[in-house]
Write a protein that binds this ligand. Structure first.
Ligand code: HEC
Length: 343
């Protein structure tokens, strides 16, 4: 196998050199790496077996941890936004915002998102403004030093349903409804998990005891969750009549919305990726061409060293030199003869 690869590599290399049969003028280059492993197939084999074994061990450990976990794995859903070049379904994000507002916001905060973030994503500026005006914000102090209530502005963050964690716990049987801003990134399984959690409520199996205020959900770690089933058919009504307000649709929309809040920059990142790939492909092709162009004269130069020709050339030069000398001395002799003639 390696022998075949080697001969293929050599062939390609020879082709790349432009079909020249370069008899080597220089001594063969010897790279340190090449000589180190050359003739040590056993060492190479041992290294390979070791690396493979370590990989298998890590995989087995991970699988055993997964298998011994205390909840059901969420099935994978076909999201519109999975894939390298796919964008978020913005209509779904918009519907999801209304589901959050109608259903989840009575228990969960979304404190890292401001109303201005909605602009250009799933709302126009005036729509987002009127959404913001629907909340009351405590502001101040004013000129008289008093705190006052005012309608929300675009720059305000989403309001939290409870003033602090203790209030949230006491209203929910001691369980704390977490902030949902980054929930999709924060949980293993991401959007699949949140979707499965919202739609996965069922009767507990025989022998499973639930405390007061707990519900059974096989996707939640341990199975007993303090959040009741909040999503059901028609729990919200959509403005768009073509979209059925089924439990699955509502859950899908709110999860898509939460995916956006977890990674608001994901669409821009993908756009940037397209630009970077296109630009760097162009630049790499250009630099390859320029490199070949600059080096072509040097790389295709052929230097001959033929001793016989050289000897002949040296002889010819010597003969020419002698002839020149002879011609010179002849001329001198003639001059001398002339001089004697005069005398
Ligand atoms: C009546 C109050 C209430 C409402 C309404 C509610 N939740 Fe919850 N939620 C809770 C509580 C309480 C917890 C904590 C559960 C626990 O730790 O046992 C929770 C936990 C969660 C979790 C975290 C689960 C985990 O893995 O820790 C997610 C995700 C979640 N809720 C999503 C939602 C979504 C989405 C909505 C709206 C569709 C929603 N919730 C509506 C009370 C609520």
């Amino acid at each position: 196998m390696t022998g075949k690869l080697r001969s293929l590599g050599l062939k390609l290399f020879q082709k790349a050199k432009g079909g020249f049969n370069w008899t080597s003028v220089r001594p063969k280059a010897s790279l340190p790496g090449r000589t180190f492993f050359a003739g040590r197939p056993k060492l190479l084999g041992a290294l390979g077996v070791l690396a493979g074994g370590a990989g298998l061990l890590i995989y087995a450990l991970e699988a055993s941890v997964d298998a011994s976990s205390d909840c059901v794995h969420p099935p994978h859903q076909d999201w519109n936004h999975t894939g390298l070049l796919a964008a978020l379904d913005k209509e779904s994000v918009r519907r999801g915002y209304f589901v959050y507002k109608e259903v989840c916001s009575s228990c969960h905060s979304l404190q890292y998102i401001a109303y201005r973030n909605l602009v250009g994503v799933c709302m126009t500026e005036s729509e987002a403004k009127s959404e913001a005006e629907g909340i009351t914000v405590k502001d101040g102090p004013n000129e008289e030093g008093n705190y006052f209530d005012r309608p929300g502005k675009l720059s305000d963050h989403f309001p939290s349903p409870y003033p602090n964690e203790d209030a949230a716990r006491s209203a929910n049987n001691g369980a704390y409804p977490p902030d949902l801003s980054y929930i999709v990134s924060a949980r293993k399984g991401g959007e699949d998990y949140v979707f499965a959690l919202l739609t996965g409520y069922c009767e507990p199996p025989a022998g499973f005891t639930l405390r007061d205020g707990q519900y059974f959900n096989p996707y939640f770690s341990g199975g007993a969750i303090s959040m009741g089933k909040v999503i059901d058919n028609e729990v919200v009504s959509y403005a768009d009549e073509n979209v059925a307000a089924s439990a699955a649709q509502i859950a899908k929309d709110v999860v898509t919305f939460l995916k956006w809040t977890s990674e608001p920059e994901s669409d821009e990142r993908r756009l940037l990726l397209i630009k970077v790939v296109l630009m760097s492909a162009f630049l790499i092709a250009m630099s390859y061409y320029i490199k070949r162009h600059k080096w072509s004269a040097l790389k295709s130069r052929k230097i001959f060293y033929i001793p016989e020709l050289e000897r002949q050339a040296a002889q010819a030069a010597r003969e020419a030199e002698l002839a020149a000398k002879k011609a010179e001395s002849d001329q001198c002799n003639r001059c001398e003869n002339k001089n004697t003639d005069k005398d």
